[in-house]
Design a protein around this ligand. Sequence first.
Ligand code: BGC
Length: 718
Amino acid sequence: MDIKKLLSQMSLTEKLGELSQYNMGVLSTTETGDLTGPANDLKLTKEELAVVGSVLGYSSAEGTKKMQDEHIKNHPHGIPLLFMQDIIHGYRTNYPIPLGMGATFDPNLMEECARMSAKEAAVNGLHVTFNPMVDLARDARWGRCMETTGEDPYLNSLMSAAQVRGYQSDMNKEYSIAACVKHYAAYGAAEAGRDYNTVDVSERSLRDYYLPAYKAAVDAGVEMVMSSFNLVNGVPSTGNKWLLDDVLRKEWGFDKILISDYNAVYEMYDHGYAKDAKDCAEKAINAGMDIEMMTTCYLKEIPALIEEGKVSMETVDKAVLRVLDLKNRLGLFENPYYYADKEKADKIVFCDEHRALARLAGEKSCVLLKNDNNVLPLNEHSKTVALIGPFIEEPMIGGWPGAGSRNEVVTPLTGVKNLLKDAKILTAKGCNGTLKEQPDYKMIKQAVKCAKKAESVVLVLGEHDLMAGEGKSKTDINITPAQVELCKAVCKANKNTAVFIYTGRPLVLSEINDIAPAIAIIWQPGTENGNVLANMAFGKANFSGKLPMTFPRAVGQVPIYYNFYTTGRPNHEHDLPIAYRSAYQDERNSPLYPFGYGLSYAKFEISDPVLSSNPLKRGETLTASVVVKNVSDVDGEETVQLYIKDCYASLARPIKELKGFKKVNLKAGEETTICFEISEKQLEFFTANNVFEAENGDFKVFISNNSNVKTFATFKLI
Ligand code: BGC
């Protein structure tokens, strides 16, 4: 299709239609064709609805075909629709929530999972997924921690690029769909962890921590970028010319589609940054925003803005061309159904192979925090097992499940029954799993009765999947009093109790940690939920996950993250409440469990790092190596992590930063040497010169299996 020619034939309304996206609530009219509901409220005319360019949140093999047919028939130029939806951890086969995927520290697995999502989504008529979501999160109060891969810019960047590759496959493989990285920018830095709240962050922090994962997606060829809801230093992202035009378009060379978040163009009015809808439209389009989601500022206001000379036709045309270009490259002008195909969908979607991948990802995402007396794995040959906790029969799937259905989720109880076919499974809820819940001693008594009768107990605690996600911020991330009391009573009744924590964010586990002998984080594993739980609890799989976010001791420590600055009065060495040090009176500084932490049934010893040379000359590389030994009698997988500290620089640098990691499988007793190459590139940061560069000087190299590592080797960059 000659899209430039097509553009020249389009009316202004048709052009603005391409730049407008609505959901089915707006787009579907009554059978008589009357406008009802939101379309009416938005004052959209039938002519405007007929030229809308894309649909939000709808997919179905047959449904999208039907809708596409209708649309093409009614559109003056027969331009097909783009179908977009939030597919963030699987289409119908749901793998773990992204925070769980972060815990795998496995970009290849992430890519495979994204590829599976793309297949299932494509045969259901989707063209674009609103993912990867790569907002760096340091505040566990924020509900959307669950959608990110965590607190580290390096890990997030690898996961970001892996997802783009998985969904898009360079847009040239069967079942590729376009990815949309979001939420640009720094949405995760919302003050006090309250969703949509103000973000006030220095350019240096943006560049060093918040922006890299979006850039990684752009470098991997992502087709779309979504702006965030928040202000960035006083200007909403959606109308932020510096972010959208200077950085994204000009510096990073992104020339594909920019889309606003839901309603975000008009929300610039509520931010107090635009005086009315017209001002919103002017600010958004002139900042570089192509598609407006769920509001009508463009359709309704841009015609007058063009007449007044405040918006140029050239700006509008550029945006429209970007949308037409994606439609063209997807081949929609020739085949508007794309890969929508009911027969294929019936075969591909939710197939055994996909479920097996989701299960594997679930297992790889689980993080073992503690395992006193080798309580885990529990004996799979036990005759009587107790499964206790508020979520044991809850079909929790994890937020934004796409087309995933709770009806298809394997509950914890079903999972345990699937595995322990001959065992007697005793069950009790022990509490209801609600917010701020206080103990109900009748329920606890019931649970204790079960625990006493059983050989071992799987105790399922944490938060319901509906407690994390968009708009689900919390001030209290403690385990509720009801769950703590339940844990106390059950652990007292049965020493063979293993606690599994379901969660979409780091929680404060301090009390549970004092009580329970074994604790594992299972996040929200998706469709295969109960099977993952059973396999992990009864030793069908070994633990290998690592925390992608720091787990605090107390909510007052939040935001807490491993790559902090030392301060002029550091206290991290003592980690005690010392007056006139940067400390708290009532709590230590260190977290309960640090970033990168996670145990295995195997035990690994890692030697101190050895450097191949010193100094490191610019343009050259040096190798940092360690010997990793599995000193146990069990096979296992370890994630060996490289951290670097720039000792002094033109701007203070964090105490350490993750710069590499390698996963290694070692049989019982086996050892191997793991090497990391270090070059100038890994030493770069956004310096006082406002550029990324490495500065000469001393560096420390740490290699370990979590971020809390003290031993290091040093080198000089010259
Ligand atoms: C969310 C986005 C999402 C969009 C469309 C918004 O509320 O912030 O992440 O992509 O809705 O569903």
